[in-house]
Design a protein around this ligand. Structure first.
Ligand code: CA
Length: 232
């Protein structure tokens, strides 16, 4: 039996949360919920949800901010649920990387169909690269684990995302601009100091063991490269 897919619902209206809890629970999904943006962030520390169903109007912040943050750490699907007449917010959310939207009120059948569609597209677009390795460095994207010679390394979500991009492109020189777009998003293309700061902290963590080789090389004036042959 496969493990139930975790769905995070971020919605401040308790009636809609109850409706979704029943609808998704009945389908066997692993349902988790948040009534505020802060509660939603709490769910990003453990196993990440496969799909987020996100209301844009939250009491403690804008669902857009949550969406932008999520896009920095994950490519997994987000479905916006918005009130009728909020066309502008919907377009903004799609531009920021939301996968689809539903207008309230919506029925169970429609929601489940949209969820199946975004999951299908996501799976088709994601190559099999859950487990990646170079030298002693191993990364399991699905389990969010990074180890060096079997010892676990603890990374922040952004460091993890940065390493994931480097591992996916190991052996290749990645420009500052490419890394900014891939890790932080299209709006951050000129913030090169972000890359420097996070690359430094990532390097410190990867090089914590004096006997481990240098994994990340600096290509002066261009960017960085994760070595594909760190033993040599
Ligand atoms: Ca709301």
């Amino acid at each position: 039996m496969t493990q139930a897919l975790r769905i995070l619902v971020v919605e401040d209206d308790p009636a809609i949360r109850k409706f979704l809890r029943i609808a998704l629970g009945a389908q066997g999904y692993d349902y988790v919920e948040a009534a505020t943006a802060a509660q939603a962030l709490g769910h990003f520390d453990g196993p990440l949800p496969e799909v987020i169903i996100l209301d844009l109007g939250l009491p403690d912040g804008d669902g857009m901010d949550l969406l932008r943050y999520w896009r920095r750490i994950s490519t997994r699907p987000v479905i916006i649920i918005s009130a009728r007449g909020q066309e502008r917010g919907k377009v903004e959310a799609l531009d920021a990387g939301a996968d689809d939207y539903l207008t309230k009120p919506f029925g169970t059948g429609e929601l489940l169909a949209r969820m199946r569609a975004v999951l299908r597209r996501h799976t088709a677009a994601t190559p099999e690269r859950h487990e990646m390795a170079t030298g002693n460095l191993r990364m399991n994207v699905e389990r969010r684990e990074v180890t060096i010679a079997g010892a676990a390394i603890s990374l922040t979500p952004l460091e993890f995302k940065l390493l994931e991009v480097l591992m996916t492109n190991r052996g290749k020189v990645l420009t500052h601009r490419y890394l900014l777009r891939a890790v932080w998003g299209p709006g951050y293309a000129s913030e090169t100091h972000y890359v420097r700061v996070y690359m430094n902290s990532l390097r410190r963590k990867l090089h914590a063991d004096a006997s481990s080789p240098g994994y990340i090389t600096t290509e002066v004036g261009v960017g960085y490269r994760l070595r594909d042959d760190p033993e040599t």
